[in-house]
Design a protein around this ligand. Structure first.
Ligand code: GTP
Length: 376
């Protein structure tokens, strides 16, 4: 088991209900002891006043939007919390970061992945995006930032449903599900959400169970994504393998297990593409390496999330890979596994990435490296 401290990132657009959710968590004894890092956009950290039970476990970052200017501050704030904890001056079991409504979650996730001390001490336990049922649809229409926040989420918290009709809430929920098929959607009236719905949805830790990894990747959700998306996905007949398609001009085997390709249909939503695919045979490690490097090089900034459970040739346990844009976290080996299913599962959520390109990318993983011997 790991002793890493779980960290939950709470994001969502302006006024969606993030602080209300954090307040509710702080009041909920079953949530455990939580240290909160709050980021504010602007001069005054208003959230500081709004959060009840503000204690020493709360750190306020006020030097600007977390996604661009305060990554140093974020590292400092987290280091400070961890130092106090190990010195016995603070006690907490979890950290929650509440971002400004304008924040892009990606750089925050990068900070946690690429800062070695933090990566060792903390484990990302999920991105929670709060979406309000009153203004949510208009906000998604108005700007792409909020769409990205939704597409990147592990959990979507639907707030303010008490202020709309059930059918309005249902329509909004369906739109969220189309943008983030793999995310869990929970309804929260004034922040009230069972803790188990919010926590425990990050990438599995070393030695974790395959079942955790499967829940994290959540392939069935892509297969079951709502119409017309699933209709669109399932109507994608496997393409014949051409002589030179695929990212590297290789010849992939015919695709047998495409689960779903979803492209939401509303205006800004069209920019998000989710692809989920299973691989029946173990993946060649060299091809995996080449594929990953090529994917990052070609598509890096536009990969919102990459989630994968990989069975590689020659290994008797699977491993998980988690990526955000061009940053891929170190692979994590899962526990020994004795079941029959040795399928790899890969989900890519992309921005402005043509579906066909993503599929061709993935098809490369069905190939093996070709070794040409030079004439003597
Ligand atoms: N009726 C109702 N009001 C809610 C609900 N959730 C939040 N609110 C209200 O919505 C307003 C905004 O909520 P906040 O929690 O401050 O939202 P926020 O996302 O933290 O806002 P910013 O930090 O400004 O981005 C507050 O007046 C809340 O009381 C809800 O489920 N129902």
């Amino acid at each position: 088991m790991t002793s890493q401290i779980p960290l939950t990132l709470i994001t969502g657009y302006l006024g969606a209900g993030k602080t209300t959710l954090v307040n509710a968590l702080l009041r909920d004894a079953s949530a455990g002891r939580i240290a909160v890092v709050v980021n504010e956009f602007g001069d005054v950290g208003l959230d500081h006043d709004l959060i009840v039970e503000a204690t020493e476990e709360m750190v306020l970052l006020s030097s600007g939007c977390m996604c661009c200017t305060v990554r140093g501050d974020l590292v400092q704030a987290l280091d400070g919390l961890l130092e106090k904890r190990s010195a016995g001056r603070l006690a907490f079991d979890r950290i929650v970061i509440e971002t400004t409504g304008l924040a892009d979650p990606a750089p925050i996730l990068h900070t946690l992945i690429v800062t070695p001390d933090l990566g060792a001490a903390l484990r990302m336990d999920g991105v929670v995006t709060v979406c309000d049922a009153v203004n949510g649809a208009a906000t998604l229409d108005a700007g792409f930032e909020s769409i990205q926040q939704v597409a990147m989420a592990d959990v979507l918290v639907l707030s303010k449903t008490d202020l709309v009709t059930p059918s309005e809430a249902g329509r909004f929920r369906a739109r969220l599900a189309a943008l983030a098929p793999g995310a869990r959607i929970v309804t929260a009236e004034r922040g009230a959400v069972p803790v188990a719905e919010l926590f425990g949805h990050g990438a599995p830790v070393k030695g974790g169970a395959l079942s955790e990894a499967e829940a994290w990747v959540n392939m069935p959700a892509y297969a079951a994504s709502p119409a017309p998306l699933s209709a669109l996905a399932m109507s994608q007949a496997p393409r014949a393998a051409g002589p030179s398609h695929g990212l590297f001009g290789l010849t992939p085997a015919p695709r047998t297990s495409l689960l779903a390709v979803t492209t939401p249909t509303a205006r800004h939503d069209d920019r998000i593409t989710s692809v989920a695919m299973t691989f029946d045979d173990p993946i060649n490690p060299t091809m995996l390496d080449i594929w990953m490097h090529a994917l990052v090089a070609v598509c890096g900034p536009d990969i919102l999330r990459l989630k994968a459970v990989i069975w590689a040739e020659g290994l008797d346990t699977p491993f998980v890979i988690h990526g955000v844009q061009h940053i891929i976290d170190a692979p994590v080996r899962l526990a020994r596994w004795t079941g029959q299913d040795r399928k790899s599962r890969i989900v890519i959520i992309g921005r402005d990435l043509p579906r066909e390109d993503l599929l061709e990318n993935l098809d490369v993983l069905r190939t093996r490296p070709v070794v040409h011997s030079l004439p003597m």
